[in-house]
Design a protein around this ligand. Sequence first.
Ligand SMILES: [Zn+2]
Length: 310
Amino acid sequence: MCLFQFTARRLIAQAHCGLKASSSKKQKFCLEMARPSSNMADFREVFAKAKHIAIITGAGVSAESGVPTFRGAGGFWRKWQAQELATPGAFARNPSRVWEFYHYRRELMLSKHPNPAHIAIAECEKRLSKQGRSVVVITQNIDELHRKAGTKHLLEIHGSLFKTRCTSCGNIAANYKSPICPALAGKGAPDPDTEDATIPVEDLPQCEEDGCNGLLRPHVVWFGEALDPGVLTAVEKELDICDLCLVVGTSSVVYPAAMFAPQVSARGVPVAEFNMEPTPATNRFRFHFPGPCGTTLPPALARHETEIIS
Ligand SMILES: [Zn+2]
């Protein structure tokens, strides 16, 4: 009985100590993690040594070029938001309406241009490639503004507004036609009072493979659909070899940055976040630069004094 009491008391004491020790350790950890640096000179030192840079970009980069997302407050096309139209179910029920939505988005992109963030990324890739260093852009944006800016090494994990996929034979093709088919000419107006064009399926964009004539759909990943495994494998490969990761214009709590950046950070690789404001994930990263990425990114990726250009 006596022994039991002693043992029990010791166990409780140990447990208590253990709890105290771990909670104070946790607190210290939190305090350390709660201070990502915004010191550009320190970032530039890391940048100068990096050989493989992975840049994850999201809607924030496109927003600075005036590209709407059709999500969140005020983000409507007619009466709908993207998550109501960008689904396999919506396309099955009303392919004409979904094509009007995508036709509008494609045509809108004719008036949009890369901003200083897109250009800084593309110029950095071009410059570093001459030094035997690599830059890859992993983007969730479907607007091709990175490509327009000159980015070559690009992984579009959500596909592209300017690619189509045949619902019959599966063929994927680049498509920059304007309009994409005669029946969509002048259609797709975004005002809430606009009537649906109700275009017959046979007049919607059709596959041009020999004898197919299947209905085309935008080659974008819709809500409820899985990412292309081939693209994901390529992303994993890049994340495995990168020695610096930038997260630009995406909140880091939403997919895909939520998947990718913490994975890189867990390997001890520095992650730098460039976003309008801190996010709940900010504290997990080494650097955070608040503000519009068109302002913060160009000086971050500019030529470092140690770079030798031949
Ligand atoms: Zn086809």
